[in-house]
Design a protein around this ligand. Structure first.
Ligand code: FE
Ligand code: FE
Length: 294
């Protein structure tokens, strides 16, 4: 059953009707390569997803999220600037990504530049610059990559078959017949909104919580895009729409535009880091406090 936007209760969310000034820039005009091709991905990519789909259970996610919120509320974790974490992530390569072996620092600048040349506003550019910094959680929480990277899915309700490597869910103890976690609505209510779901624990939620617990000036839309940028089953395939709120439906196009900057900017050409450094440092100081707890 599909749900129309009008049948969903209103939220108080103010939708910023964002459009790029040169929207076509990021549609790959002549595809140099196929993006997100998982059937012929490396064994490293497959193994990361295999562990992810097997080990991310409802209890695991709830525990991790509550520990994170507790640590951030008590300000007991590491304290760094955005720029410092960008530097740290220069040595991190995402093992779930079939499209790039570049460091996360290079990926960050490539994404932000894609948004800048397409004419998106500064808050959108800076959101792209930092969107993957949550991968720093692997160091802070000493997590393997299966709990850091990759697409995210809903736990506590049956998985959508649009999730990549759906077949690996056979080994997840939550997704067995008779389990409440393996029913369409699971432990949730229809159209409850993604903010009320538990999604598999990874870098989206981590960075969202880090920012939520800081004095960031990023608009609410930026926080939303960061929190759900890996929710590909939704923004690419329109899965899980029975959980979407009016706000989620309204935000989907913006999430897709965000995703274009994230995905199609991946290339082997490294940005001119020295030429761009000052620009991005200024942008960071405009939107974020000098230090944040991680
Ligand atoms: Fe990401
Ligand atoms: Fe990314």
């Amino acid at each position: 059953m599909s749900t129309s936007v009008s049948s969903i209760p209103d939220s108080n969310f103010e939708f910023n009707n964002l459009k790029s000034s040169e929207e076509s820039t990021l549609d790959p005009p002549i595809k140099k390569k196929e993006f997100r091709s998982y059937s012929d991905a490396s064994s490293t990519v497959k193994n990361t997803y295999h562990l992810n789909h097997t080990k991310q259970t409802f209890d695991y996610v709830k525990n991790k999220k509550s520990n994170l919120v507790q640590r951030l509320s008590s300000k007991s974790g590491p304290c760094h600037s955005i720029w410092e974490v960008l530097g740290i992530m220069d040595s991190f390569v995402d093992e779930s990504d079939p499209d790039t072996n570049q460091s996360q620092m290079v990926h960050a600048i490539q994404c932000a530049e894609a948004a800048r040349v397409s004419g998106y506003p500064e808050w959108f550019q800076v959101s792209l610059l930092i969107h993957d910094l949550g991968k720093y959680m692997g160091i802070v929480e000493q997590l393997d990559q299966w709990s850091v990277v990759g697409d995210i899915f809903v736990v506590g309700a049956e998985p959508a078959n649009q999730v990549v490597y759906y077949e690996f869910f056979n080994e997840n103890p939550d997704f067995v017949s008779g389990s409440i976690y393996n029913t369409k609505l699971g432990v949730y209510e229809e159209n409850c909104g993604f903010e009320n779901l538990h999604l598999s624990y990874g870098h989206d939620e981590y960075l969202y919580q880090v920012l939520k617990h800081s004095d960031t000036k990023l608009p609410e839309e930026g926080l939303y895009l960061i929190r759900f940028h890996s929710f590909y089953p939704w923004h690419r395939d329109f899965a899980y729409q029975h959980f979407a709120s009016k706000k989620d439906f309204e935000m989907r196009e913006m999430l897709q535009n965000f995703s274009k900057c994230d995905l199609y900017s991946k290339s082997d050409d490294k940005p001119d880091f020295d030429a761009l450094k000052t620009h991005y440092q200024e942008l960071i100081s405009k939107y974020f406090p000098s230090k944040l707890y991680w």
